[in-house]
Ligand binder design. Structure first.
Ligand code: PA5
Length: 446
């Protein structure tokens, strides 16, 4: 049986020279780092044991009733569902009787305005996700969607709203209790970006017809693996150690580049997980980038090979991409088509990945390649858990707290102050004082 494998050879000094690492100098076992997963165990490590009955019962009840699922949330409250949708729904789109996911994770009025004009309120389920129950973007979009449903449907509109929020606190919790909307609780000890395998990601996933039990089965399997002190038997530990050492060698930019469309939103989710968890100090903070193979071979790869020597590339591949599609037979007359005759697209993608790996090695750019046997719920559940565990271990290596986000909270407070939320008057004065120092003439106009 094939199994998830992280190949580190693209980071080996014997292959890529000075930019590489000397793995033979590593201790075989690093048990001291695993305390990051056990002492105390972060909230997300308990998620594989969650009771799914409530979510599954709700998903079964809604089957066939909705054409669209309007998901309102931002950051960790939206990216998990987007990642799961991207992996399983969009490429297949064969889940009959399931709604289409429409994620609103910004407050651009053009997008929500368009959606509310085009969606049928009778056939739309609004799922509002905010752990704090107070984030400005989500609360604003929610109030607008709520009014849309109320005006279109009157009293029956309550059935078309479900909230995922803190079990007891926050304004959204108060509102849903008063209005009698459907509600699910976010575990209090799981932060936004670690919540993809909680109600935050699993409720929308179940509504979309994704097998959430399998997601947790895969996560539980990886949970065991992440507790192995031997880095050669623990890809989360190997990933954390490798990226940390590259970072300390000046490779501070990490590009995540899956060779599978279904993992493109995994890369976006990882960017948030990595940046918001590890960007905490002036002297530490790997900068994540997202890319997609083979598409970005025609864009970012130029920078990765010949640009500044400050990057490491984390490639991801899927060994079995499903049914192969072959190029129809071609004559040899056209050189740019003949060699592709009867060759599969999956075969071409695999060759492109191989080519990129070689190009990076030749250029002395370190890389790592994680291969999944196939892209199914079990494998993705495992990969999500692996990435979260790698963040926890990196937090331990860098001696920082990966679970808070003071920079993000500061941005939220600036918004509250500028929009006149009571209690933020001092903050507004502070920001206005800074703004008054801006030179209005420093512009360039067309
Ligand atoms: O990871 C995080 O904590 C953040 O990205 C949050 O998920 C994001 O700010 C949204 O917060 P909330 O769910 O409270 O609306």
């Amino acid at each position: 049986m094939q199994t998830l494998t992280l190949n580190l050879s693209g980071s080996d000094a014997r292959l890529i020279g000075d930019a590489g690492l000397d793995f033979s100098a590593w201790s075989v076992e690093r048990p001291e780092l695993l305390t990051a997963l056990t002492d105390p165990a972060p909230g997300y490590t308990k998620l594989p044991d969650s009771d799914l009955s409530e979510i599954l019962a709700f998903a079964a009840q809604t089957e066939g009733k909705y054409d669209d699922l309007l998901l309102l949330g931002i950051g960790g409250s939206a990216l998990g569902a987007r990642m799961l949708n991207c992996a399983f729904v969009e490429p297949a789109d064969n889940r009959l009787n399931r709604p289409r996911l429409r994620t609103v994770d910004n407050v651009d009025p053009r997008r929500l305005g368009y959606l509310l004009k085009s969606l049928n309120p009778r056939r739309t389920l609004v799922v509002v996700v905010t752990k704090s129950g107070s984030t400005a973007e989500t609360m604003a979009s929610f109030a607008i969607a709520q009014q849309w449903l109320r005006e279109s449907l009157g009293d029956g509109h309550q059935k078309r709203i479900v909230a995922v929020t803190d079990p007891t606190q926050g304004d959204l919790r108060r509102l849903v209790n008063e209005e009698g909307y459907g509600r699910f609780a976010v575990p209090t000890d799981v932060g936004g970006r670690f919540s993809a395998l909680s109600t935050v990601g699993l409720l929308p996933a179940a509504l979309l017809g994704i097998d959430i039990k399998e997601l947790l089965t895969g996560a539980a399997r990886l949970r065991e693996t992440t507790l192995n002190p031997d880095w050669q038997r623990n890809p989360a530990l190997a990933l954390a150690l490798t990226l940390h050492e590259h970072h300390n060698n000046g490779r501070r930019i990490v590009s995540v580049m899956p060779y599978a469309d279904g993992l493109s939103d995994f890369a976006l989710w990882f960017v948030q997980l990595w940046a918001e968890s590890l960007g905490k100090r002036a002297d530490y903070g790997p900068t994540p980038l997202s890319a997609l193979g083979a598409t970005d071979q025609h864009s970012q790869l130029q920078l990765y090979t010949e640009g500044p020597k400050d990057k490491v590339v984390w490639l991801l591949s899927v060994s079995n991409l499903g049914e192969e599609i072959a190029v129809p037979p071609q004559s040899d007359e056209l050189a740019s088509l003949g060699y592709l005759s009867k060759r599969g697209l999956g075969e071409l993608l695999a060759a492109e990945l191989r080519g990129t790996t070689l190009a990076l090695s030749k250029a002395g750019t370190p890389s790592l390649t994680l291969a999944l046997p196939q892209l199914d719920e079990r494998e993705l559940g495992g990969l999500i858990y692996l990435a979260e565990a790698a963040v926890s271990i990196t937090g331990e290596l860098a001696r920082l707290n990966p679970y808070d986000q003071p920079g993000v909270e500061d941005g939220k407070q600036a918004t509250y102050a500028l929009m006149g939320r009571p209690g933020y008057e001092d903050r507004l004065k502070e920001d206005e004082a800074l703004e008054s120092r801006r030179d209005g003439n420093l512009t360039s106009r067309a």
